[in-house]
Structure formats: structure tokens, C-alpha cells
Design a protein. Structure first.
Length: 208
């Protein structure tokens, strides 16, 4: 059991080292040039019929982030299922940590939004968002929810739609011109990493 616990912690440390390395790489000039090139391939400089769809997907992040733990908690309370109630608390905690880490990184890196730096990048979100760009809060929150739910309830009909939704949210942030690809990638890693660590803690608590 001790050896297994040690492997878990080594995996967690390795995961955070990878995230820190990615943060460092993404802040370099070459990564910035690649970021801009990829963003220009995704964001179009004119309005399209698909704009409304991606705005709706992007805006769904907050509602789903709240609805998922609320649903699990409600069912757990009705059924008097202590495990579901614990999972609700863990998901809320994981979401809080994800938002906190994302916010700290945002103000540490202090990267401007792409539509502010590059005039040819069109802000299709219809919201003037001037807080720092790196990493993407929508992506970190979406992948945190999707990863936690998928690890806790590993069924294909939960995993597939969860990650399809999270992936579409991440893509929408680039499509709308409010985030670079590196913002989205690191945001997804933060959300997934935090959810994984929380899931490991939850498994240990459930054993007790």
C-alpha cells in the first residue's frame, strides 16, 4: 500500500512539473508566433453563422460547472448516499482550486487578450474581456468538471459527452478570439490535473 501511495505522489509531482514546463515554453517568443498563427487559422475576421453556436457553448461553462455538483449533491441527499455527497464536496473543492490556480497564473503572466494585441483578431464573444488571457479560465473549469465526472463515474455515456463538451468549450475560446491556443492547452491541463489529484484524494477518503 505504501509503494502504491508513493507512485501516486510521484505521478502527481511529475504532472505539475510538466505543467510548469509547458507554462515556460508557452511564454517564449517562438511559442507566441505559433500561437498567433494557429489562432488566425481558427478565428475568422468576419461574422459567420456558427458564431452564435460557439458563443452559446462558451457561455454554458458556468451553468454546467454549477449544475453538475448540484445534481450529484441533490441525488445523493435524496438517496442518502454519503459517497455521492462526498463526491459533490470534492468536485466543488476541485473547481475552487482550479479557479484559484488559473487566476494566480493569469495575473502572474499578465498576457493581453489576442484581440487587444492583434487588430486582425476579431472578438466574437460580444463581451469586452480585458482581464489577462493566460491561461483560459473557461477551459480549466470545463476540463476540471469533465475529468472529475469521468474519473468518478467511468461510463462511456458520461465520458464521451463530457469531453466533447469540454473540448468544444476550449475550441470556442479560440474561435471567438479571446484566447490563444496555449491559453486553452494549459487551462485544460490545470483543470484535468486538479481533478485527477482530487479524485485520488477522494478514493482514499472513500476507503476510510
Amino acid at each position: 500500500m505504501k509503494k502504491q501511495g508513493r507512485i501516486h505522489w510521484e505521478t502527481q509531482i511529475l504532472l505539475w512539473i510538466i505543467i510548469l514546463i509547458l507554462v515556460n515554453i508557452c511564454c517564449r517568443v517562438k511559442a507566441q508566433n505559433l500561437d498567433v498563427h494557429l489562432l488566425r487559422q481558427i478565428n475568422t475576421p468576419h461574422e459567420l453563422v456558427t458564431d452564435g453556436f460557439f458563443r452559446d457553448v462558451s457561455n454554458s461553462t458556468f451553468f454546467i460547472m454549477v449544475a453538475v455538483p448540484l445534481t450529484i449533491g441533490t441525488i445523493g441527499t435524496v438517496k442518502k448516499d454519503d459517497k455521492m455527497i462526498l463526491n459533490t464536496c470534492l468536485l466543488i473543492g476541485s473547481t475552487a482550486v482550479t479557479i484559484g490556480l488559473t487566476d494566480v497564473l493569469k495575473h502572474t503572466v499578465n498576457r493581453q487578450r489576442p484581440f487587444v494585441t492583434y487588430k486582425d483578431v476579431l472578438n466574437k464573444s460580444r463581451v469586452v474581456t480585458l482581464d489577462p488571457s493566460f491561461p483560459s479560465g473557461h477551459s480549466s473549469s470545463a476540463f476540471n468538471t469533465a475529468t472529475f465526472v469521468s474519473l468518478t463515474y467511468p461510463r462511456w455515456y458520461i465520458i464521451l459527452p463530457s469531453f466533447m463538451w469540454a473540448g468544444t468549450v476550449a475550441y470556442s475560446r479560440m474561435y471567438l478570439g479571446v484566447h490563444y491556443p496555449s491559453d486553452v492547452i494549459v487551462g485544460a491541463l490545470i483543470g484535468s490535473g486538479t481533478a485527477y489529484l482530487t479524485h485520488v484524494i477522494g478514493k482514499r477518503l472513500n476507503r476510510k
